[in-house]
Design a protein around this ligand. Structure first.
Ligand SMILES: Nc1nc2c(ncn2[C@@H]2O[C@H](COP(=O)(O)OP(=O)(O)O)[C@@H](O)[C@H]2O)c(=O)[nH]1
Ligand SMILES: Nc1ncnc2c1ncn2[C@@H]1O[C@H](COP(=O)(O)OP(=O)(O)O)[C@@H](O)[C@H]1O
Length: 185
């Protein structure tokens, strides 16, 4: 049972909302804070939701080997800072990476023991409804996310476990069961 947990799924499927609830219930779980070149959305806080950096600062981090994995998604760069993850693993704590497909593949290659979970929407129509009702992305960003969603969903069977986020409470329950039942083995 790896200390590293990867959670992937198309934009708007509910990953962030599920993880916020999970962390509230299990304060022993740590959520990795990614670095991104995306602009903050209203209400997002630097150092809490993401570390918001310029493209040149991001590229420096890549060159210095500071990122465990990174990828371009819908025109922006996203990456996982290496240090926090390594410290948590060394201290025996479980850490969750909420990352897209290309990053999940890099982690799978380098950390084959990581537990990989994929979150699916009930349908593409419902996914589009959720992205739109979140009302935080431009029309262009929504289109790019929906295009990418098809590729990501097609890769779901690469993951250890797939969970459909239809009924929120049930999906959260399945994540908890997956994390804590597996840990007990
Ligand atoms: N590879 C990688 N993907 C990330 C990282 N952080 C976030 N992402 C993914 O980037 C995508 C876009 O994230 P974001 O702009 O916050 O949009 P949202 O998922 O629609 O809320 C999502 O699939 C995230 O899971 C990271 O550190 N590495
Ligand atoms: N099970 C669900 N049923 C209906 N709406 C949901 C469900 N889970 C999440 N949402 C809503 O969908 C939208 C996108 O969720 P979010 O957590 O931002 O997705 P992601 O982090 O995967 O991009 C939010 O408005 C959220 O409240």
């Amino acid at each position: 049972m790896g200390a590293l947990i990867v959670l992937t799924g198309p934009s708007g499927v509910g990953k962030g909302t599920l993880l916020r609830s999970l962390i509230q219930r299990h304060s022993e779980l740590y959520l990795s804070i990614s670095v991104t070149t995306r602009s903050p959305r209203p209400g997002e806080v630097d150092g809490k939701n993401y570390y918001f950096v310029s493209r040149s600062a991001f590229e420096r981090m890549v060159a210095n080997g500071e990122l465990l994995e990174w990828a371009e998604f819908a025109g922006n760069l996203y990456g996982t800072p290496r240090q926090a993850v390594e410290e948590h693993i060394r201290d025996g704590r479980r850490i969750i990476l909420e990352i897209e497909l290309q990053g999940a593949r890099q982690i799978r290659k380098n950390f084959p023991d990581a537990l990989q979970i994929f979150i699916l929407p009930p349908s593409l129509l419902e996914l589009e409804y959720r992205i739109r009702s979140r009302a935080q992305d431009s029309e262009e960003a929504i289109t790019r996310r929906l295009q990418r969603a098809r590729t990501e969903i097609a890769a779901a069977d690469e993951f250890d476990i797939c969970i459909v986020n239809d009924d929120f409470a049930k999906a959260l329950d399945r994540i908890e069961t997956t994390l804590f039942a597996a840990a007990a083995c």
